[in-house]
Design a protein around this ligand. Structure first.
Ligand code: XBP
Ligand code: MG
Length: 252
């Protein structure tokens, strides 16, 4: 059991994409289509119970809009809205409006230098991941990841473990030699379902989630000048996450 690879969730883990990226992009797509659907910050937090943008829109209609009469082509409407939403999200990312969370760029650089293999395992649409990485991390950064496992590539989204299984299989990896990075209960259920030891960094939407089973729960990855906070789990006496920290966590 040696640490060989790191598998990263994207939304909420690499960047705070949900509140300031996906949510406004959905709202812009709804307004473009002349719909009176609007997701404020609090409502969006509730809708995050469901992963996947198309799935989230259907859940909203079923649970929050009993007044809405679904047209015969409802699935098509949702698919079109989702395409428009993806265009808006990519435009937001391209304007550099969705920065990486603290420590992410530094840790990825250190991991690459240490020869650790990298992958992405996310529920979101692949184009969103590429746009975010290119504009908020490094123009070449999509190439840093051996596999970008994303979106509808597997039938069942998180909390199902399928996307992690897919990435592990593509890379020929045993989960025992890896660490996963997540920010939410649904994400953690997915990574634990794939037998991955998991480091959680929380955000405003996920602070109250149940992270039972996580190897550690931290406020963020931290930076040398901006220490992180341990929410739950072991204290290695290190104020930020680096490769040495990851190796200790993986061993522990
Ligand atoms: C991410 C999601 C996604 C995004 C929207 O979850 O739930 O649905 O909010 O993405 P995770 P799309 O961080 O656990 O992967 O609209 O592209 O589906
Ligand atoms: Mg997430």
């Amino acid at each position: 059991m040696t640490l060989h690879a790191l598998l990263f969730d994207v939304d909420g883990t690499l960047a705070d994409t949900e509140r300031d990226g996906h949510r406004p992009a959905f709202n812009q797509a709804f307004a473009d289509a002349g719909l009176d659907w609007h997701w404020d910050v609090a409502l969006y937090g509730k809708l995050l119970a469901v992963t996947g943008g198309k799935e989230r829109m259907k859940y909203y209609i079923d649970h929050y809009r009993p007044d809405y009469i679904k047209p015969g082509n409802f699935d098509e409407l949702v698919a079109d809205l989702h395409k428009a939403k993806t265009r808006h999200y990519i435009a937001l990312a391209a304007r550099g409006e969705i920065p990486m969370r603290p420590g992410v760029g530094r840790l990825l650089a250190e991991a690459r230098a240490a020869g650790l293999r990298l992958a992405i395992a996310t529920t979101t649409t692949p184009e969103n991941v590429t746009a975010l990485l290119e504009h908020s991390l490094d123009p070449d950064s999509p190439g840093w990841f051996e596999v970008i496992a994303a979106g509808d590539i597997v039938p069942d989204k998180k909390p199902a473990p399928d996307i992690y299984h897919y990435a592990l299989e593509k890379m020929g990896l045993d989960p025992i030699d890896c660490l996963a990075f997540e920010d939410s209960q649904n994400g953690l259920r997915a990574s634990l379902g794939a037998d991955l030891k998991t480091l959680v960094t929380v955000n405003d939407y996920t602070l109250d989630h149940d992270f039972t089973g996580a190897a550690v729960v931290l406020s963020d990855l931290g930076e040398p000048g901006a220490p992180n906070r341990i929410v739950a789990g072991p204290d290695f006496g290190q104020p930020f996450v680096d490769v040495a920290y990851l190796r200790a966590l993986h061993r522990g």
